[in-house]
Design a protein around this ligand. Structure first.
Ligand SMILES: Nc1ncnc2c1ncn2[C@@H]1O[C@H](COP(=O)(O)OP(=O)(O)OP(=O)(O)O)[C@@H](O)[C@H]1O
Ligand SMILES: [Mg+2]
Length: 463
């Protein structure tokens, strides 16, 4: 009877395909695999590798980048298209970081730099072999240890494609940069990627990069040695050691000072860190996810974020959609949030209240919706939520500003200025007086907002 590629024959050792034209590397990898209780097939060229792939089903493929008859990338792409259940990793020449990034973008789940370090090789093999089977698109699984509350709620095409991306990204070790407006679910996505990955049993360590004092950054990230500075009364691990085997989530990564960006880049490239006060580096196995509500590319243009680090973190971008771009999800979210706040018997929304919620633009996205509902359930009487209980800011409907009435004796210019000033003040208030975020909310450039703030004489509490 023919055995389908997707079934594992019982009792069979997981098989690994090794593709390299250098015999000594093939032998080294083969030996390591055998010692780990795995079996291997070795190919010396793209052509040979294709032959093996047609005949056999593999739990992992490890390929060199430069081969006599083609590129390792070709194998990465072929596996991605035809055998997506097989994770593939590449071996890159020393110092060719660009190659590694290209391979990750093409779908490789990880890479190893030559000379191949045995401990890194073993870690890579272990995590590939323990990957859960690829999920079919659209299939949702809760992360281990997380209940339904940790699921992305929504059925819109935008959230469905986020769900698919998360399932794919969970099978990779590539750094992912999660972009999206404030409150759109960036941290939630990061937790889901970790929870569905082979690293799920190891820690997920979220770090708010904007909240660490600059002078403590290095020791917080990399740890320190006893006596390294006043107050260092014992050896301490940093975030990297804490996340060993797991995921480090660099939240608000745009807030990292430039000096720390250099050190972080080094740690990510070398996969090694040095504790403050120690002369030697120690290897760390950490997957990096990052996020910020700012536009990281703009920070690179402005010179506040290093381009080389940007390329390293942003190998793959996951964009979280704004809630106003997926309005069809609002009723489902409302229901889920009310259930969470009130338990068994949540208050009912009047038809007008539901309509008002569907029309609102949510500059603060899902988090704002949660806040609105929490306030409304506290304010409502007889367990019925009315539009008044929602206290939605006026003039922020998705379909525009609504009607504006002039005051007696007010000229058109005065009226326009008044409305403009109010819109800017609202945007500043909603973004905690962050001018960059306020500009984005208003759909103008930062420079234009600054100009308007000056022209209208607005005091916004910033510089
Ligand atoms: N699709 C979703 N389904 C259910 N809940 C969601 C969804 N997206 C976001 N949330 C909820 O919204 C809140 C904000 O999410 P999260 O903290 O992940 O956003 P964020 O993008 O990291 O925000 P910020 O930019 O402010 O850091 C959380 O309580 C989260 O559970
Ligand atoms: Mg966040």
């Amino acid at each position: 009877m023919a055995v389908s590629r997707s079934e594992r024959r019982s009792g069979e050792l997981p098989r690994v395909l090794v593709v390299d034209d250098e015999a000594d590397i093939r032998e080294l990898v083969d030996l390591t695999l055998v010692r780990m209780g795995l079996s291997a097939d070795c190919a010396g060229s793209v052509g040979e590798a294709k032959g093996f792939l047609e005949r056999e089903r593999y739990s992992l493929c490890l390929t060199d980048m430069r081969l006599p008859d083609g590129e390792g990338l070709e194998i990465v792409r072929l596996i991605g298209e035809r055998y997506p259940e097989t994770p593939v990793a590449v071996i890159t020449a020393f110092g060719s970081a660009d190659n590694a990034v290209a391979a990750l973008k093409a779908g490789a789940f990880d890479y190893l730099a030559k000379p191949v370090a045995l401990d890194q090789l073993r870690t890579l093999i272990k995590s590939a072999i323990s990957l859960p089977p690829a999920q079919k698109s659209g299939e949702v699984s809760a992360a281990p240890g997380q209940g339904l509350s940790a699921q992305l709620i929504g059925v819109s095409p935008a959230i469905e494609s986020v769900r698919d991306m998360i399932a794919k990204l969970a099978r990779s070790q590539a750094p992912v940069y999660i972009s999206g407006e404030s409150g759109s679910g960036k941290e939630m996505a990061a937790r889901l990627i970790h929870g569905q990955s082979a690293r799920h049993a190891a820690p997920f360590v979220p770090v708010n990069c904007g909240a660490i004092p600059e002078n403590l950054m290095e020791s917080e990230f990399f740890g320190y040695r006893k006596g390294a500075f006043t107050g260092a009364d014992g050896d301490r691990d940093g975030f990297f050691q804490a996340a060993h085997g797991g995921t480090l989530f660099l939240d608000e990564v745009a807030d990292l000072p430039l000096a720390m960006q250099v050190k972080l880049l080094r740690a990510i490239q070398e996969k090694k860190v040095r504790k403050v006060g120690y002369a030697t580096e120690e290897p760390v196995d950490v997957r990096i996810l990052s996020a910020t509500h700012r536009k990281l590319a703009d920070c690179v243009d402005a010179g506040t974020f290093r381009q080389d680090l940007y390329y390293r973190l942003n190998v793959i971008e996951l964009k979280m959609p704004a809630l106003r771009e997926r309005q069809e999800d609002i009723p489902l979210l409302v229901e889920a949030v009310l259930q969470r706040i009130c338990g068994g018997c949540p208050p009912v929304l009047s038809a007008e209240a539901m309509q008002a919620l569907s029309r609102y633009a949510y500059p603060g996205n899902v988090r704002e919706l949660e806040n609105i509902l929490e306030r409304a359930t506290a304010l409502c009487s007889n367990d019925i939520v009315t539009p008044d209980d929602l206290q939605l800011a006026a003039g922020t409907g998705v379909d525009g500003v609504g009607s504006v009435e002039g005051r007696a004796g007010e000229t058109l210019d005065d009226l326009v200025n008044r409305v403009e000033k109010q819109a800017i003040l609202d945007a500043l208030a909603k973004t905690g007086f962050n001018r960059t975020a306020a500009a984005r909310l208003l759909g103008v450039t930062f420079r234009s907002l600054r100009y308007r703030i000056e022209r209208l004489g607005i005091e916004d509490g910033a510089e």
